[in-house]
Design a protein around this ligand. Structure first.
Ligand code: GLC
Length: 446
């Protein structure tokens, strides 16, 4: 049966435009559903939002001392050494970045932690004296962890393509401790286990007392915020200094969303089908793949490159989010950067129309992502302060927010459409590489 009205390029593009546009009404619905999932999560009821109590209160800015930090959340991990000087001031940290390969990401968990311990040992070797002191370490681990204490917690499930065996369901601090001990680093004490959103928020919160939300828009996506203990029915632990606690929302798993066939296809082929539905619409690990699936649809209908197939659009995972950034940034008359990109990808011939189409599809996919992020952000802030009666600083980090052209502007537009003038109460501040530094700050709070 012919699909009426979708046979020409123009009609098909119009259909894609309509499908990917998140209307204001839809964004408002996301906010509403987000609130109800947040409440259910806080009450310990079934919800796509885990709402994990982190055992961490807001930093005061007075924390002092020397710390090391381990920041693990993607294919790179970092080791840092830093000094908190109090009054919200940090000395410039010594930082080293290490790369994980497939063997660590999808091999045995023991190997992953063993490799990390070895690198920490190499990092400290530069400062011999330190190997005998007790060293306090802040561990940023950017995966969903059910915390059982400030420095303990079990991995609920891997995200972002990780699959190392023997880690899910285990206490990741114990795994790290035992790897450290095996490498002669028994003098290191893990003082805190924190999600990257929490580290990011703590890093900015150290100097800005209005900071009550932390967001990551990078390879993965997530947020945390400061919540009153009195509205966390599932919390039965002790009180905190301010009567508040940072909650790791794990918003990437939010699933009350209108999904398109492309989203469903991506999810089915992913390592974690049925999970991280919001993350699969908005984060760097997946945006390129959404665009690729859409563009591949045009190719198979003969509406792009005269139907000529090529691996970049034909094979799963080949069209990366950073290519979208490059394409969307091209404002030249002839889209000459797109020509260059296509040539590098083995596509020699393209018409101007082809290139406009590619750029438009990328924009539609990333704009939907920015608007969904805005809705989620608005939901979190209005959960804390429904009337937006005060200023809220959102500490943000991640490659998509930082590097994708127009992303931050589109988030701002989305917030204004949702909250009108009150959107001006929301200040979004970059906390570049804040997750590791923040872990040290939290270690000091602890
Ligand atoms: C994934 C992880 C989450 C993390 C986020 C950003 O969604 O599950 O814990 O905060 O990526 O790195």
């Amino acid at each position: 049966m012919a699909i009426i009205g979708r046979n020409t390029k123009k009609e098909y593009l119009q259909h894609i435009e309509n499908s990917f546009t998140l209307t204001i009404a839809e964004m408002k619905n996301i906010v509403k559903d987000f609130h109800s999932e947040m409440r259910r999560g806080l009450a310990g009821l079934k919800s796509s939002l885990a709402m994990i109590p982190t055992y961490v209160d807001k930093p005061t800015g007075d924390e002092k001392g020397e710390y090391i930090a381990l920041d693990l959340g993607g294919t790179n991990f970092r080791v840092l050494e830093l000094k908190l000087k109090g009054k919200g001031k940090l000395s410039p940290p010594r930082v080293r970045k290490y790369v994980l390969d497939k063997r660590h990401i999808s091999g045995k968990g023991e190997e992953l932690f063993g490799y990390i311990a070895q690198r920490i040992k190499a990092f400290l070797r530069g400062e011999k004296a330190r190997q005998d002191d007790v060293l306090k370490l802040g561990f940023t681990f950017s995966f969903p962890v059910e915390q059982t204490g400030i420095a303990s917690g079990e991995l609920l499930g891997w995200t972002k393509g990780f699959s190392a065996r023997g880690v899910v369901g285990k206490d990741v601090v114990m795994l790290l401790n035992s790897a450290l001990a095996k490498n002669g680093l028994g003098n290191i004490k893990v003082a805190v286990l924190a999600n990257d959103t929490v580290g990011t928020m703590a890093c900015l919160g150290y100097e800005d007392q209005d900071c009550d939300v932390g967001v990551i828009l990078g390879t993965g996506t997530n947020a945390c915020y400061l919540e009153k203990l009195s509205v966390i029915p599932k919390w039965n632990g002790p009180n905190t200094r301010t009567g508040h606690m940072i909650i790791n929302i794990e918003w990437g798993n939010f699933n009350k969303l209108r999904r398109l066939d492309y989203d469903i296809a991506l999810d089915k082929a992913s390592e974690n089908p049925g999970r991280q539905i919001l993350e699969k619409m908005i984060s760097g690990m997946y945006l390129g793949e959404v665009a690729r699936i859409v563009l591949n649809g045009f190719i198979s209908k003969g509406l792009l490159f005269d139907g000529l197939r090529s691996p970049i659009f034909n094979k799963r995972g080949h069209f990366k989010t950073e290519y979208m950034s490059r394409i969307e940034a091209d404002c030249s008359k002839n889209l000459s950067e797109v020509i260059r990109f296509l040539k590098e990808s083995g596509i020699r011939n393209s018409t101007f129309e082809d290139r406009c189409l590619i750029k438009r599809v990328c924009e539609l996919v990333s704009n939907r992502a920015a608007r969904a992020s805005a809705a989620a952000m608005a939901a979190v802030i209005t959960k804390i302060d429904p009337a937006l009666s005060k200023t809220h600083t959102v500490a943000i980090d991640g490659s998509v927010y930082e590097k994708h052209p127009g992303f931050s502007k589109n988030i701002r537009t989305g917030l204004e459409e949702l909250l009108d003038k009150k959107a001006s109460k929301i200040k979004i501040s970059m906390a570049k590489d804040g997750s590791g530094k923040g872990a040290a700050i939290i270690a000091a709070v602890a």
